[in-house]
Design a protein around this ligand. Sequence first.
Ligand code: F6P
Length: 549
Amino acid sequence: MPITKSASWQALSALRESLPSRHLRELFASDPQRFSRLSFELDGLLVDFSKQRVDLETLDLLLALARDSGLDAWRDRFFSGEKINVSEDRAVLHPALRHLTLEPFPNAEMDVMPEVRAVRAHMRQFSDRVRAGLWRGFSGEAIRDVVNIGIGGSDLGPKVVVRALSAYQHPGLNMHFVSNIDSAHLAKLIEQLDPRSTLFVVASKTFTTQETMINAHTAREWLCAAAGEDAKRALPLHFVAVTANEEQARAFGLPAQNVFRLWDWVGGRYSLWSAVGLPIALAIGMNGFERLLSGAQAMDTHFREAPLEKNLPVLMALIGIWNTNFLGAGTSAVLPYHESLRFLPSFLQQLEMESNGKTVGRDGQPLSCQANPIVWGEIGSNGQHAFFQLLHQGGWLVPCDFIASAQSDHPLPGHQAPLMANFLAQSAALAFGKTEEEARAELEAAGVPAEQMAALLPHKVFAGNQPSTTIIMPRIDAYHLGLLLALYEHKVFVQGVIWGINSFDQWGVELGKQLAGRLLPALRGESDTEGLDQSTRALIAWCREYGDF
Ligand code: F6P
């Protein structure tokens, strides 16, 4: 049965109809305990849902929706290693990657932990040597620059974490990430690098992704040219691979000990906890990486064991569904007020939109409702001076996640308090707005003459009622970052269950790849453009006139 036909969905629709104008001001005024009822803390990660447009009745119905969708059973199937990624016939076992106790996972019959532990040991041994300066390049120099070559989950996951934990980074290692096939990305970087002290990590689950493979081959040529006669010996000293396709990595020229294994049960966007996290281990050490894993594991345990009404990923998912499907929000914004979380919006865009950006259910039938909203975001301070105008007065419903840490990880005197004041002010301003009476009183107090009042007043009114979640932690450290990222991962899973989606495939990315394969020879003049649409043919002709392919 489509979820929209369930009793809970119908009741939520009716509730929505009966409450067209309920304002956050009223919700707060009617419940002095609202903050304590609607905020939750797990190991120092505080999540405040009180500025979301829900009350206890809405939440009860949303929880009923979760039950109607069979969430409990789906969660069990997920954690038991069942092949819930049906279209690819795969289990989804990324929680195994952060399973740190000695018990088997997911169970004794199909325990994947021996292999996971072996790869962790491999990562530790390698990252320890590089960090200690014992891993030497072809001329005997220690490694000073690490370049991760990957794209999508093989880039965004390690990049978000390495940037977030820059305060803990090894002082002698510079970390770089190259993803774009545009040569400007790699060219600008290698200009500043010394091949003798550079290590490339080629991260690709498939080892066939075009962008990654082209960048990897160019980097290999650059290294081999610098090594000259030593090229053969140099390659394994400067390249390692992270992949599930060991054969291709070997064909690239790497010996088995330079290949860090992945498994088909790790999705790209869920892979930072695997050897795809090697740059993290290099940057902050394997102990730091394991602290990240332990934060994520704590969220796994919470998600698995906490009752639905206190379960953070479940609540976050349900409130997102309320905003999307009942209040009609088509987008949601992620606003970290923390420079180190610069890449979080991009990471979450992939996590959410590649997982749930779908209109077909896991059963192959069209979904009965809209699924994932468009996720976007930016560092909050910068956004305030750019697009926040629209959030405050643009008339669109844009639920926001405000994220910050109480302490700065790179402190300078006089910065943190104004940062946090702005962080807190924005969500309050968005929620409560400013009424005409308040605006008038302010203008009067400022001595604005009556004749200007009428003209100014409409511009000074803020509708408010813009919902947001506030997420704060004491400090962005590995443990809390692990909690935060796993929170979003499980939120996506819960939403996928309710919408009826397989959140672990991504067929929508294939068509463009296929077409690019057809257009490449045409661009190079190796095939004609017969059969292509008229726009693409004309554009190819234009590119051939001005470009050099
Ligand atoms: O094209 C999409 C995608 O498959 C993502 O799901 C994945 O994270 C990315 O490409 C990179 O894939 P790979 O790790 O196989 O290079």
